[in-house]
Design a protein around this ligand. Structure first.
Ligand SMILES: *Cc1c(COP(=O)(O)O)cnc(C)c1O
Length: 364
């Protein structure tokens, strides 16, 4: 049996429907996984081998596999949404495929062609379609979170790009990323740690960026914050993004500002989509540098009315305040731009509004 060019080896011990339904009723985020995974192997001499869909389960790695020592790894994050007619769709996967190739180049990993990337997602979701949750109503946010990733598996402790690489896709049913749906979150301003520096890996979606942000995340939690905001590494003055989400600032005159992509910020698909939706809402998007002083003064003067974070996992999350050891800078008055944009985006993703941009791709 084969789909999308992927040979399918079905599991012989699929999760019972009753157990699966229980999981889908309250999946949380990233804790439960579907019955299968996609796998494609690459070797330096032979290139990409034919892909397969295999039972989900632990993978065998040599203890000397270079990913375990030198973190040669990249990943993506996409969601599959069930529409009212039962069909399953995803959002702008070609952007993720392209970003995955860019991340691969930065980490000296082989590029996976876009057709195999999309084919792997389609083949896996086709096989595990029953794991895509069905929203109870038009407000419930639930989906199948899809995680493609690539690792250097070569058994070798020398420091060089691996000659043996494995690409996998796993999938996990997901409810809302943060508990309490549109509750604004407090974020911690990292002053001791930077996420990315010019010439570094900030624009690549790689595990290493996350590993180095965890100590700042610990600091955030110790200070009662849900997430960390990072400043630029050169002047420690310009706001870049959160550990895994991009930032937007809404001005009362209708401007909506997001930090420009300077090579140290991850180019979010949600960020790009919001820039387009904002323009259609009559707002004026600006991509430029924004300093911590502009944030503080803008909120104080009332110029800045809202601050929010965005990404595939958490969609749009309002920021209640930015916390530092010295001060607490408010996230603005919370008008309704963040919630309007969030609704627009979700309505497209869940098939409740017309897909005028051609952003949706059917998976199953
Ligand atoms: C994935 C990610 C984002 C959000 O990107 P989306 O494509 O919108 O999901 C933002 N910042 C970082 C650091 C990320 O890894």
């Amino acid at each position: 049996m084969s789909t999308q060019g992927f040979y399918v080896r079905p599991t012989t011990c699929a999760t019972e429907a009753g157990i699966r339904d229980k999981i889908l009723a309250n999946p949380g985020f990233g804790s439960y996984f579907t019955d299968h995974m996609a796998h494609v192997r690459w070797t330096k001499n032979g290139g990409w081998e034919p892909g397969e869909i295999v039972p989900y389960g632990p993978i065998m790695l040599d203890p000397a596999a270079s990913v375990l020592h030198y973190a040669q790894e990249i990943f993506e994050g996409i969601k599959a949404y069930r529409h009212a007619d039962g069909s399953v769709w995803t959002f702008r996967p070609e952007k993720n495929a392209e970003r995955f190739r860019r991340s691969a180049r930065r980490l000296a990993l082989p590029e996976l062609d876009d057709d195999t990337f999309l084919g792997s997602v389609k083949a896996l979701v086709g096989q595990d379609k029953a794991w895509v949750p069905t929203p109870k109503d038009d407000t419930e946010e639930c989906s199948l979170y899809i995680r493609p990733f690539m690792i250097a598996s070569e058994k070798f402790l020398g420091v060089k790009p691996a000659k043996l690489v494995d690409y996998y896709v796993i999938a996990s049913p997901a409810g809302s990323y943060f508990k309490g749906d549109l509750d604004a979150v407090s974020i911690w301003l990292s002053q001791n740690y930077n996420r990315a520096a010019p010439g570094g890996t900030g624009a690549a979606k790689c595990g290493g960026n996350y590993a180095s942000s965890l100590v700042a995340q610990q600091e955030a939690e110790a200070n009662g914050c849900a997430q960390v905001a990072f400043l630029d590494a050169v002047e420690n003055k310009w706001i870049e993004e959160l550990g895994g989400m991009n930032l937007f600032f809404v001005y009362k005159d209708g401007r909506i500002v997001t930090p420009e992509l300077t090579g140290t910020i991850l180019e979010g698909v949600t960020r790009d989509s919001i820039l387009q939706l904002a323009r259609e809402e009559g707002l004026t998007p600006e991509e430029r540098r924004i300093s911590i002083d502009e944030w503080r003064d803008g909120v104080k003067s009332g110029e800045i009315s809202e601050v929010f974070a965005c990404g595939t996992a958490a969609v749009i999350t309002p920021i209640a305040e930015l916390v530092t050891p010295e001060e607490r800078i408010a996230g603005g008055r919370q008008t309704d731009i963040a919630s309007t944009l969030r609704r627009k985006l979700l309505d497209i993703q869940y098939g409740r509004a017309e897909d005028r941009h051609g952003w949706l791709t059917q998976l199953a």
